[in-house]
Design a protein around this ligand. Structure first.
Ligand SMILES: [Zn+2]
Length: 345
């Protein structure tokens, strides 16, 4: 899922999304609640109207964002009080509120509010976060049931927490499975842990989630993170990584990362990746021109590379689907591991 946190992509024109194979989009309930507000989104015909997107849309509950602003949030057992970053004052962001806001925004998939601890390796933080996440999940599962479950037109996904601890991940996954959500997410990863720790978290979560429901890994990731998570049973991803790295001048290619600001591209006449059929590469704008544009802070240089990178990631997902169907996934896995080395520390 390409990420439109505030209802709009950053650096990727809307008309490029379908041609590059985007099917499902992600937005963020907390941010839309802050601006433009639920009533305004409803006047724009819900998130689908606001984003002009007739495919599926998933909204995150904003748990991760709220807790990542830890200096302006106060956790309590019933939710989290957070300072309104736009209008001032305090918002009590509770499981019920996250649920009701998402019911108002009308995405196809809503996420539960969970507690994502900032330090995944501190058991004293992570264990209470798991307990809180499961208690909040149960409360939201009951609200979902009262609204008609998936029959309401909106699915609700539970989120597995547990940091880097296998036993806590397992306990949380089993607890959520028993609550019978419409799909399941693995949260609290990609927050600074090493690749191997992330894979332990993914494996110990995914192994206990039902095979016949979607497994979604939140906020991941790089090509190697994606391929290795698919190998462990993950189906769905979202990440700002391709567009963010692109906006800062790094292109993802089949040969690895290219840092286009590097002096060696100064007079390079190739497009970002020769042979790529994204709109940026088909335009034949040379690397040398894109580099010069970055140096003079031209928006178009950022956009060209953001579009190429998102195309690369969506194309990787397509290649994964084909490889699984054809029985050649292990070859693709080895190819990506060769080119995109995992984060070791
Ligand atoms: Zn391209």
């Amino acid at each position: 899922m390409p990420v439109a946190t505030r209802g709009m992509m950053r650096g990727v024109p809307h008309d490029r999304l379908r041609p590059m194979g985007a099917e499902m989009m992600l937005s963020n309930a907390f941010h839309l609640f802050i601006r433009p507000g639920v009533e305004s989104v409803q006047k724009l015909n819900g998130v689908h109207g606001m984003m002009a997107w007739d495919g599926p849309i998933l909204t995150d509950s904003g748990g991760f964002q709220v807790f990542s602003m830890s200096d302006i949030c106060k956790l309590h057992e019933g939710g989290v009080k957070v300072e309104n970053p736009i209008h001032g004052g305090w918002i009590d962001w509770t499981p019920k509120m996250a649920f009701e806001v998402q019911a108002g925004l009308e995405p196809d998939v809503a996420m539960v509010l969970d507690h994502c601890p900032s330090e995944p390796s501190n058991r004293d933080d992570v264990a209470p976060a798991v307990e809180r996440t499961m208690r909040w999940a149960k409360e939201q599962r009951e609200l979902h049931e009262a609204r008609g479950g998936a029959g309401s037109g909106q699915a609700l996904f539970g989120i597995v927490q547990g940091g880097i601890f296998e036993d806590l991940r397992t306990e949380c996954a089993i607890g959520l499975r028993e609550m019978e959500f419409d799909g399941y997410a693995i949260g609290g990863v990609s927050v600074g842990e090493a690749h191997a720790e992330m894979m332990t978290a993914v494996e110990s979560s995914a192994a206990h989630l039902p095979e016949n429901k979607v497994r979604y890994l939140m906020g991941v990731g790089t090509p190697i993170d994606i391929v290795e998570s698919v190998a462990r049973g993950v189906d769905l991803f979202d990440c700002v990584f391709p567009t963010r790295t692109g906006r800062f001048g790094t292109a993802l290619t089949h040969a690895g990362r290219l840092h286009l600001l590097n002096a060696r591209f100064r007079e390079d006449t190739d497009p970002i990746e020769p042979g790529c059929n994204c709109s940026s590469c088909l335009s034949m704008i040379p690397r040398g021109a894109i580099r010069a544009g970055f140096q003079s802070k031209e928006i178009n240089s950022s956009m060209l590379v953001a579009v190429h990178n998102l195309h690369f990631i969506l194309d990787l997902m397509k290649r994964i689907r084909v490889a699984i169907a054809e029985g050649s996934f292990e070859e693709l896995r080895a190819e990506i591991a060769q080119v995109y080395r995992p984060r070791l520390t």
